[in-house]
Design a protein around this ligand. Structure first.
Ligand code: G1P
Length: 291
């Protein structure tokens, strides 16, 4: 069955970026000139997804507005004769069909996904976490969907992480069945330091079967007193096949200050106009004595 819908949880407070997130949702922070969430939605579209379900919270309506038509802005650009920007702006409102739902209580990622159930229904769907930005030879989600289309089973994106970082992630235990493809036996959310069952972490891309909703609905609170998606996947792995794919490419954790800056530098260096000037600035800046 074709995967048509993606759920993007965007209800978090963004406390790691306060005070900036006091009024601006972190999902709208720019990667050069496109919001983080634009980059993630572009990956979804490039992977063949047609419908977006945003899970938002109070104070986050600017995200919905971003994907809406802005007639005032469009007529301003038209009057100015800025055809190129008019075209870019118009494309944003046409890139994907958008629906949204509110997560009324901050009960965790699993709960956020559960909030989207009535909009997803009984079909397989993708989940993309907007903090994780991927850059690689092909879209990360497309790499997962390729496995889903030949197996029909749940697939998550995996990345090898250093031991001292494992406590920040969902960590898997599994068996490699093909190069880079793991059959998952169990998953644990944010294992205590020194207890991780492997060095393979779940990153922010998932293709899920709708059974996950029933598991989320009936499960108790997990790590941090929240309803964890990882716990539902761990239960699912007991009754059905769950795969993990070590994706090809680089992930930037844009939910972290340094990761966000690195992502920006990466995208700016790839820009024909900005790239050479930024590289020059960095070389000059690094050769100078610290101020
Ligand atoms: C979430 C998931 C975690 C996953 C991580 C990837 O954690 O709960 O399993 O490894 O995203 O970025 P968060 O980063 O929201 O704490």
């Amino acid at each position: 069955m074709k995967v048509r819908k993606v759920v993007i949880p965007a209800a978090g407070l963004g406390s790691r970026f306060l005070p900036a997130t006091k009024t601006v949702p972190k999902e709208l922070f720019p990667l050069v000139d496109r919001p983080l969430i634009h980059e993630v939605v572009a990956e979804a579209v490039a992977s063949g997804i047609s419908d977006l379900i945003l899970v938002t919270a109070q104070g986050k309506s600017a995200i919905e507005d971003y994907f809406d038509v802005d007639q005032g802005l469009e007529s301003f650009l038209e009057r100015k004769g800025d055809k190129e920007m008019l075209e870019r702006i118009g494309k944003i409102s046409r890139m994907i069909r958008v629906g949204s739902v509110r997560q009324k209580e901050p009960l965790g990622l699993g709960h956020a996904v559960l909030c989207a159930w009535e909009f997803v229904g009984e079909e397989p769907f993708a989940v993309m976490l907007p903090d994780d930005v991927f850059d690689g030879p092909s879209p990360c989600l497309a790499q997962l969907l390729a496995v889903f289309s030949r197996t029909g089973k749940t697939v998550v994106a995996l990345e090898e992480v250093p031991d001292d970082q494992a406590h920040k992630y969902g960590i898997i235990e599994g068996r490699e069945v093909e190069p880079g493809l793991f059959h998952l036996e169990s998953l644990v959310e944010k294992p205590a330091p020194g207890t991780a069952p492997s060095s393979l972490a779940v990153t922010g891309r998932y293709v899920l079967v709708p059974d996950v909703f029933r598991l989320l609905e009936s499960q108790g609170k997990g790590f941090g007193g929240e309803i964890q998606l990882t716990d539902a996947l761990n239960s699912l792995a007991g009754s059905d096949t769950v795969y993990g794919v070590v994706f090809k490419g680089i992930r930037y954790d844009a939910g972290d200050k340094l990761g966000f800056i690195k992502a920006n530098i990466n995208y700016a260096l790839k820009d024909d106009d900005l790239g050479p000037r930024l590289a020059q600035f960095m070389a000059d800046r690094l050769s100078r004595e610290p101020e």
